[in-house]
Design a protein around this ligand. Structure first.
Ligand code: BDR
Ligand code: CA
Length: 344
């Protein structure tokens, strides 16, 4: 199986990404989960990762979980313990010409106060968290591999931990490849032209885009095609256990958020698409292009800008952008993994 580290910020859709990665043992070997501030504070996203693992039967320590960054690279003042309060203060101080304060903010309107509202997973798990920081754990694992057999780092949150890893351990860049959910070339979901994971920490995205590591990007343009229809929701309910009820609860909360915020009838399920790509890239269509990210302030902060013609940027191509996926196959694989998690 392909060795994988999942870097995430659970997160409704991150929860499904964890399940797809943890319950696809023929294709993937999930070596560790690392967490980052994003959909909620680092404390909450870490707790949510543990809650999901616990809910699908993993014993303590059977999958390593390590905490990473509690704030974007350039906003250390947002670091815990008072992360949420400070970002709210910044947002209130923002005038109409200043959009950058969206950076580092947690999208409570989409993921709720816990970051995973809608499910009732027990909060009383005994947290068993690695003492190593996310990027140090990544290094300890990745140095055991080689450029011929690299570790795939799947990122489904802001790219802060990965930017720190490639900066602190440049000699290990050749031992990884990265598949990340983030960015958009069409509509944004945190601002008209920006996707959440990228605008949360644009400098981190810039570092990763310029790292020379093999990069595959799953943008909103793809994930907005992957909608949890009523039929899919029914298939989850039909598993008919408390665990399945909670997973359906996550979808229902996410559906309401997406209806209220964006007018979607059914919500997209972004993050597991990145895991699915690693399971079987033949089910996907990609285009290799140059992508840059806007790190300035203003209306286009956090925008990912792709040169699809290969004409404008006189720089080498750096990212495989995923454009299409076999959606029916995806749902069958997702349901298979949910069924296994349900039985564990
Ligand atoms: C991304 O942002 C978060 O809200 C989701 O978990 C996903 O990773 C989608 O833009
Ligand atoms: Ca996420």
């Amino acid at each position: 199986p392909i060795p994988v580290i999942l870097d995430c910020d659970p997160g409704h859709d991150d929860a499904f990404a964890i399940i797809l990665a943890a319950f696809s043992p023929e294709e993937l070997s999930l070596l560790a989960i690392t967490t980052v501030s994003g959909n909620q504070s680092l404390e909450k996203t870490t707790l949510n990762a543990l809650r999901i693992l616990h809910a699908c039967g993993f014993k303590e320590n059977s999958i390593l979980v390590a905490k990473g960054a509690s704030a974007p690279l350039m906003l250390p003042e947002l670091a815990e313990p008072d992360n949420q309060a400070e970002s709210t203060a910044l947002n209130t101080n923002c005038d109409s010409s200043c959009y950058q304060p969206l950076t580092g903010r947690h999208p409570v309107e989409v993921h709720g106060e816990t970051g995973m509202d809608g499910a009732d997973f027990p909060l009383t798990v005994i947290p068993k968290i690695e003492h190593r920081k996310a990027w140090n754990l990544m290094a300890d694992i990745v140095q055991l591999y080689s450029p011929e057999f690299p570790v795939t780092v799947i990122a489904t949150g802001p790219l802060t931990n990965i930017a720190l890893f490639v900066t602190l351990y440049p000699e290990l860049r050749k031992n990884i490849r990265i598949v990340f959910m983030g960015g958009t070339f069409e509509r944004g979901n945190i601002h008209p032209t920006a996707e959440f994971n990228i605008l949360h920490d644009p400098e981190a995205a810039h570092i990763v885009f310029h790292s020379g590591v093999s990069l595959t990007m799953i943008p909103l343009d793809l994930t907005h095609q992957v909608l949890v229809t009523e039929d899919i929701l029914e298939r989850i309910h039909a598993l008919n256990t408390p665990f399945a009820k909670n997973m359906a609860g996550l979808i229902e909360f996410f559906r309401n958020s997406y209806q209220r915020t964006f007018g979607f009838a059914s919500p997209p399920l972004h993050d597991p698409c990145a895991v699915a790509y690693v399971l079987d890239p033949r089910r996907f269509e990609t285009q290799f292009i140059r992508v840059e990210v806007e790190t300035g302030k203003g209306l286009c902060a956090g925008q990912t800008v792709g040169d699809f013609y290969g004409h404008f940027f006189k720089k080498p191509k750096n990212i495989y952008v995923v454009q299409k996926m076999d959606i029916e196959w995806f749902w069958n694989r997702m349901l298979q993994s949910l069924t296994k998690a349900n039985e564990q």
